[in-house]
Write a protein that binds this ligand. Structure first.
Ligand code: NDP
Ligand code: 8X3
Length: 250
């Protein structure tokens, strides 16, 4: 049997790392990307060099991305599934107090880099009638204080997914977006600049989504019969729900 191959971005932590383990357990090969080479190397050591190939590069560096993908060894080069997972939120301040450099980093990573790797891999995905799973967020649908540019980038991811579906009509390529709510990963640590107490406090007692929950969802989508496309899935922990609108009275 020919093994299938997934390219999973942001594989050094959280959803990405759990998804690498899920797909290898299911018999796939995985190209695992991220900036932290040592984390990726651990995945290779744990799961096997014949199953995981690490590509350490910054998603915002298009030249490095192109070189990494062009240099894939033949056994990892035929990508059947792209999981666009690498991404981040930076800051929780309202827009009027936010840091512009952080806004640009979110746009460069969550929007520009995601579109770039998709563009690079599309010809191969079309040739193989493959699939793309984009990791969006409920932040792209529901506004919340401090969500400003992060939510904007995720609205892009959700709409880009649906527009890809339309353009890829007839190619057999499947495209899905997953829009999770609160999940415990390194996400809040990154967002707060390393504030472990803030991260622990956010998730305490809330039974958040786990990285394994998202890995299982991606696995389910990728293994549906080829005539089925999941357009989007919105997932929240039971403890989380929308809280409505606000009114300022002057
Ligand atoms: P983590 O912080 O645990 O993982 C983020 C991953 O993205 C890391 O592997 C990181 O790798 C990678 N990454 C970030 N910036 C870059 C970059 N410039 N170049 C390459 N890789 C990069 O968070 P999650 O697992 O939670 O996040 C995964 C995705 O899920 C993100 O897109 C996030 O927005 C989304 N999401 C998260 C939710 C949550 O509540 N946790 C809910 C909804 C969506 P490295 O640092 O090694 O480069
Ligand atoms: C992460 C989920 O609700 O923190 O995308 O924005 S949330």
């Amino acid at each position: 049997m020919t093994l299938k191959t997934a390219c999973i971005t942001g594989a050094s932590s959280g959803f990405g790392a759990a998804t690498v383990a899920r797909f290898v357990a299911g018999g796939w090969r995985v190209v695992a990307t991220g900036r932290r080479a040592e984390r990726l190397q651990k995945l290779v050591e744990q799961l096997g060099a014949d199953r995981v190939h690490a590509l350490a590069f910054d998603m915002r560096d298009e030249t490095a991305m192109r070189a990494a993908i062009a240099g894939l060894p033949p056994e990892f080069a035929a990508i059947d599934l792209l999981v666009n997972n690498a991404g981040l939120a930076l800051g929780t301040a309202p827009a009027q107090q936010a840091d512009l450099a952080q806004w640009k980093q979110m746009i460069d990573t969550n929007v520009t880099a995601l579109a770039t790797i998709t563009h690079l891999l599309l010809p191969a995905l079309i040739e193989r009638r493959g699939a793309i799973v984009n990791i969006s967020s409920i932040a792209g649908t529901y506004p919340y204080k401090g969500g400003n540019v992060y939510g904007g980038t995720k609205a892009f991811v959700s709409q880009f997914t649906q527009n890809l579906r339309t353009d890829l009509h007839g190619t057999g390529v499947r495209v899905s977006s997953i829009e999770p709510g609160m999940a415990e990963t390194e996400f809040t640590l990154v967002r707060t600049g390393g504030d472990q107490a803030a991260s622990d406090q956010l998730y305490a007692g809330a039974a958040p989504i786990t990285a394994g929950d998202i890995a299982d969802t991606i696995w389910w989508i990728a293994n549906l019969p080829p005539h089925l496309n999941v357009n989007r899935i919105e997932l929240m922990p039971v403890s989380q729900s929308a809280a409505g609108l606000q009114v300022h009275r002057g």
